[in-house]
Design a protein around this ligand. Structure first.
Ligand SMILES: Cc1ncc(C[n+]2csc(CCOP(=O)(O)OP(=O)(O)O)c2C)c(N)n1
Ligand code: SF4
Ligand SMILES: [Mg+2]
Length: 306
């Protein structure tokens, strides 16, 4: 199944057919999470968006957004947000807009930007204490261009640029800790499949000022190779197996907002996705499955010991 999917990806004539084209893929976890977040943020939001799948949402007249949108290069969305915030502040100061007309400045990027190309601009924006909310929809690869690996790709996953028998040899970067190290106003992980946890965190983030980050694991049927109707179930499994810890950082403290009791074995999650199928067939790769499980256990053993 996996080989077929990635073979198909390679043979397709246009990258636009892979990720989004003129419409998003059915079951897109990134779209789900953005929908949930936008419901809370509302129209008075200006998105500063680096190239990725969600950029396709801006195609006029089909865009679902009623507010403003600025497109940037992959590495520079937080720099774009500085310009937008400054412009709004000047308009406010000159009384050309009222405080009621002010907009929430929201950077929206995929993991390719958030975990990699955009880190320099992000670091500079945090250093300047820019008042912005950064939303990263994390589909664990460069989805829009055919799921090449990114700094968010998990160990052993097949991607279109990690096609060997072991999959991706690297390890997913810890973006949450990277942000925490910069001491911003707020950082949280969320997932669309846990909407109440998500809603509380977005509401929390909107009450604060300064640099704030939401990292949303976003199951991606096209890049992860699963049936779109399984997207929510896979999101729930990511939490129940402990693969995706739900947590937040605020006032100098990290708090886990949902500690999975009786964690399910990680293979329950891995087996749902074609990108991990080589770990189970034609022969089971016990060493890699154990290693992945061990890393998750180590993480939660430290948390449980707190
Ligand atoms: C500097 C640069 N390199 C490559 C590209 C081509 N490109 C457009 S979207 C994209 C993938 C972005 O990945 P991610 O940020 O994870 O968003 P996703 O596509 O997964 O939504 C790439 C590589 C680009 N726009 N700019
Ligand atoms: S490639 Fe993945 S993230 Fe991009 S639109 Fe399709 S399902 Fe969503
Ligand atoms: Mg991505």
């Amino acid at each position: 199944m996996t080989e077929t999917r990635f073979a198909r990806m390679k043979d397709l004539p246009s990258i636009h057919l892979l990720g989004t084209g003129t419409a998003m893929c059915a079951g897109c976890g990134g779209l789900q999470v953005l929908h949930e977040i936008y419901d809370i943020l509302g129209d008075k939001t200006v998105f500063i968006n680096a190239a990725g799948c969600m950029t396709l949402l801006t195609i006029y007249p089909f865009t679902p957004f009623r507010g403003s949108w600025l497109y940037t290069a992959m590495g520079s969305a937080p720099a774009g947000a500085q310009g937008v915030r400054d412009a709004l502040d000047i308009l406010l100061e000159k009384k050309r807009i009222t405080p009621d007309e002010d907009l929430t400045t929201v950077v929206l990027t995929g993991d390719g930007s958030a975990y990699g190309m955009g880190i320099s601009a992000t670091s500079a924006a945090i250093d300047r204490n820019l008042d912005f909310l950064y939303i990263c929809y994390d589909n664990e690869g460069y989805g829009n261009t055919g799921q090449q690996f990114s700094g968010a790709t998990p160990h052993a996953a097949l991607t279109s640029t990690s096609r060997g028998p072991m999959g991706y040899p690297g390890y997913k970067k810890d973006l949450f800790s990277l942000w925490v190290a910069n001491k911003p106003a707020y950082v949280a992980t969320v997932i669309g499949a846990e909407p109440l946890d998500l809603a509380r965190k977005i509401e929390q983030a909107t009450k604060l000022k300064g640099p704030r980050m939401i990292i949303a694991l976003s199951p991606c049927p096209t890049g992860w190779d699963f049936d779109p109707k399984e997207a929510v179930a896979i999101g729930k499994l990511a939490v129940k197996t402990g693969v995706w810890p739900l947590k937040e950082y605020r006032g100098g403290k990290v708090v886990h907002t949902k500690i999975p009791q009786d964690r399910l074995p990680v293979e329950e999650y891995l087996k749902t996705q074609g990108r991990f199928a080589h770990l189970f067939s034609p022969v089971r790769n016990e060493a890699i499955i154990n290693e992945i499980q061990q890393r998750i256990d180590n993480y939660w053993n430290i948390i449980d010991g707190d």
